[in-house]
Write a protein that binds this ligand. Sequence first.
Ligand SMILES: *Cc1c(COP(=O)(O)O)cnc(C)c1O
Length: 357
Amino acid sequence: MIPVTKTFLPPQSEYNAILKRAWDVRWMTNRGALVKELEEKLRRHLKVPGLIAMTNGTLPIQIALKALSISGEVITTPFSYVATTSSIVWENCTPVFVDIDPTYWTIDVAKIEAAITPKTAAILATHVFGNPCDVEAIDAIAKKHGLKVIYDAAHCFGISYKGNSLFNYGDISTCSFHATKVFHTGEGGAIFTQKKELLDTLFYYHNFGHKGPEDFYAVGTNGKMSELQAAMGLSMLPYMQTVIESRRKIVALYSALLKDVSVQTITVRKDTEWNYSYFPVLFESEDILLKVKELLNSKDIHPRRYFYPSLNTLQYTNNTTCEVSESVASRIMCLPLYHDLSLTKIEEIVHTLKTGL
Ligand SMILES: *Cc1c(COP(=O)(O)O)cnc(C)c1O
């Protein structure tokens, strides 16, 4: 079977050696040595000033909204994983969908200002497939209207834009270290901000609101990463360069083979050092997508419809229309992409895809 993605695992002996350190001191969570070491190594690896490791990539979005005291309306993208929208609703805010750009598939900055009302408090946008949003335009709009900016950067491990980590844009960025992501800790994630005081606030919120053992800053939740998760992260980290390099080669081959084929592939924004996290293909129609999917499935090849449906059509949102997003979401699918996907398999995938067009 060829799945859409396959989790990279380091040699088990290396994972065990790190895990043994937790065993030896019987320290499983609450900021043990492994979580602290992972955070320090990530700070250096990613070139970010501040981050907090967390137990998944969804709680950081909720905590970001909480820590920035966001209420009312949040301008957001309809083309993302459901966690982007559900976190807004979970925090009792109202998602206001702004359609996406047809080339980059990120929020269309030309349409943001028209969606701003006196109730707008923040912009929560996704660097979808690791493709940076138009961060300069979003920053300018946010400054002009006094809005906070949060980026769902779940796909952005290791990506830099204009020589700066993509996590360093906006007030807060969040990342997922889920097993399907490029860098993972099984379940896991992180939150990033450049502002020291805000980082402290995020820290309190992710640890029940504790400010010291007996003092409480505010109501909090439990977003802590465990030592078991951190051990996976520490054993993954030395392999990241190799993992991303092998993905780069696979993407290059896919791109070459699909060059003269009537599908649209990702246009990564200029000045981006990408991580080759996904290989989305946009078909001319949903019918063609479904036909290609069935042909691939019949050969035990399993692409995924990332991201479908368009989030503005969720039954718990207000169902505004977003033409571009709905159209893209219905016609896009990610082809298998993982570190040891063989070149012959890629040729087979593309060959099969072509027979469905
Ligand atoms: C994976 C993902 C999340 C959620 O991350 P988890 O670690 O699974 O909680 C949020 N947003 C996007 C865009 C994602 O792809």
